[in-house]
Design a protein around this ligand. Structure first.
Ligand code: CP
Ligand code: NVA
Length: 306
């Protein structure tokens, strides 16, 4: 049966660990002699309903490094569900390429694509989650600390798509996860319940703490993201009014563990959710984290196509 990569919670802890080990191996191989062309004659269709820098470039280069091809399909080209039904798009593309990566507005759209496609589908971000980001995040944390077990990961800000996948991968790999953010912007109950179920098996803890200063005490990782995600632009003003107490600035970072790292999926809104001082400071791992998208996604693709 074909496999898809739609959510972190669809994979076991050991499957995720195996993919991360493969990511480390592929990264090392690429840095020494370049990757072997193990995806020769394989092609990926990349469907985008929203803009992207990291996802677009890292998936394209991941395919090229492994000897394959990638095709970029811009938001205006396909008109997913508008010009043509998702079911028809999925079945047509299945005859041309070997794997699909899709960035969509509604999570249901990537689920529908996977349902109708005869080839693997990778979720490149939806309104619910961002599992490829979480793989790169876990890889970055692993490289820094050697393990996720018993680390304290604190997500500061909006309980959004990035927070959901980060919470689930922390729970799967044994890290404690805390969300701190304003009332009304919590991680959804459905996502929390999935996280709690996972953490009961792995022994990690999932918490919400309203006070950001309290939340980051003992943090090994402080993570933040935009206050306004793509698709929520009309709420920008409202959000800019409530999120400032949750800015990741030097004063907040100083309250965390002395060796804490700061992460952000990017794009960053400097001066809002993160200050320049922190983004460019010694705790920041923003750019190695962005670069790890390339390596983590190679492992995801190889895992699906093997
Ligand atoms: N972090 C991330 O997914 O970035 P892009 O929106 O640029 O792809
Ligand atoms: N939460 C952000 C992540 C961008 C990579 C968004 O959905 O816009």
């Amino acid at each position: 049966m074909k496999k898809d990569f739609i959510a972190i919670s669809d994979f076991s802890s050991s499957e995720l660990q195996e993919m991360l080990t493969l990511a480390i191996d592929l990264k090392k191989e690429w840095k020494t002699n370049g990757n072997k062309p193990i995806l020769k004659n394989k092609a990926m269709a990349m469907i985008f309903q929203k803009p992207s820098l990291r996802t677009r470039v890292s998936f394209d280069m991941a395919m090229r490094h492994l000897g394959g091809d990638a095709l970029y399909l811009s938001p205006s080209e396909i008109g997913l569900g508008k010009r043509e039904s998702i079911a028809d798009v999925a079945r047509v593309i299945s005859g041309y390429v070997d794997i699909i990566m899709a960035r969509v507005f509604e999570h249901q759209h990537v689920i529908d694509l996977a349902k109708w496609a005869e080839i693997p589908v990778i979720n490149g971000l939806s309104d619910y989650n961002h599992p490829c980001q979480a793989m790169a995040d876990a890889l970055t944390i692993l490289e820094e600390f050697g393990t996720l077990k018993n680390l304290n990961v604190v997500f500061v800000g909006d309980g959004n798509n990035v927070a959901v996948s980060l919470m689930h991968i922390c729970a799967k790999l044994g890290a404690n996860f805390t969300h701190t953010g304003p009332e009304g912007y919590f991680i959804s109950n459905a996502a929390y319940e999935i996280g709690n179920t996972i953490s009961q098996n792995t022994g990690s803890q999932i918490k919400y703490i309203a006070d950001p200063k309290e939340a980051v005490k003992k943090a090994n990782v402080i993570y933040t993201d935009t206050w306004t995600s793509m698709g929520q632009e009309e709420e920008t003003k409202l959000r800019e009014a409530v999120f400032p107490p949750y800015q990741v600035n030097q004063a907040l970072v100083n309250l965390a563990d002395k060796y804490a790292i700061v992460m952000h999926c990017l794009p960053a809104h400097r001066g809002q959710e993160i200050t320049d001082e922190v983004a460019d400071g010694s705790h920041s791992r923003l750019f190695p984290q962005a670069h790890n998208r390339l390596h983590a996604q190679k492992a995801v693709i190889v895992n699906l196509l093997k």
